[in-house]
Design a protein around this ligand. Structure first.
Ligand SMILES: [Zn+2]
Length: 228
């Protein structure tokens, strides 16, 4: 049950409305009709400000009180929230926000020469909840300075190798299950081409791909090559 972040009352569906999510906005889609949840507690700030949540926990001001604008009304709710945010408690949006904040706080970087190494903790979503917990693993990324003030993503040979290995394994099981798209990806990999039919000419990528296709999985690769 999603709850009001200001008074922790269970939120209640009071109406339906075409509230636009960020995804709908980005994709330029017509917003779908959504249930509007509101706080039933008439002593609560969110009630006073006419706040509305949708199922995933995102927040809107339906109509600000007289003499206030939308931003002011939203800030009032935020100020009075137990969590410091306007997201509904127990919702996807709130859990996701907490998880990304936690990740940001724990991430750290070191500079070596013209490289920046960054370590980011990894998380797993806890089944059946909107909570994420750290799974003990870390992801390491390397950025290399390209020109003054500009950095590009840098992959070591092992990064490339494990990336190719993962692509192969994922697409192999899909291709065997009859996925045409996965089969096409694998077959172009075997020809050392990308999906648009262009030759891969980056040296370490060629080596990594060849190793995965023909040294680690030669039997599987022959099978894939001979389909169709
Ligand atoms: Zn409330």
């Amino acid at each position: 049950m999603i709850k009001c972040p200001c008074c922790l009352s269970d939120l209640e569906v009071t109406h339906q409305e075409r509230y636009e999510t960020l995804l709908e906005h980005v994709e330029g889609r017509e917003p779908s009709l959504k249930k509007g949840y509101q706080c039933p507690n008439s002593f609560c700030k969110a009630y006073e400000m006419n706040g509305v949540w949708i199922e995933d926990g995102d927040f809107w001001i339906k109509e600000p009180p007289a003499g206030m604008n939308y931003t002011e009304a939203e800030e009032e709710v935020e100020k009075n929230s137990f969590t410091g945010t306007t997201y509904a408690v127990n919702s996807f949006a709130h859990g996701y926000h907490r998880y990304t904040e936690d990740k940001k706080n724990r991430e750290f970087s070191l500079n070596f020469w013209w490289f920046i190494f960054t370590w980011t903790p990894l998380y797993t979503r806890i089944d059946g909840t909107n909570e994420w917990k750290r799974n003990g693993k870390w992801k390491r990324t390397i950025m290399r300075r390209a020109t003054e003030g500009r950095y590009i993503h840098f992959m070591t040979f092992w990064d490339i190798f494990f990336f190719e290995l993962e692509v192969y394994k994922t697409n192999y099981s899909r291709a065997i299950a009859g996925d045409e798209n996965a089969l096409e990806i694998l077959q172009s990999n075997l020809r050392n081409e990308n999906i648009w039919g262009l030759k891969e000419d980056r040296f370490w990528w060629k080596i990594a791909r060849f190793t995965v296709c023909w040294i680690i999985f030669p039997g599987k690769s022959k099978l894939i090559k001979n389909i169709r």
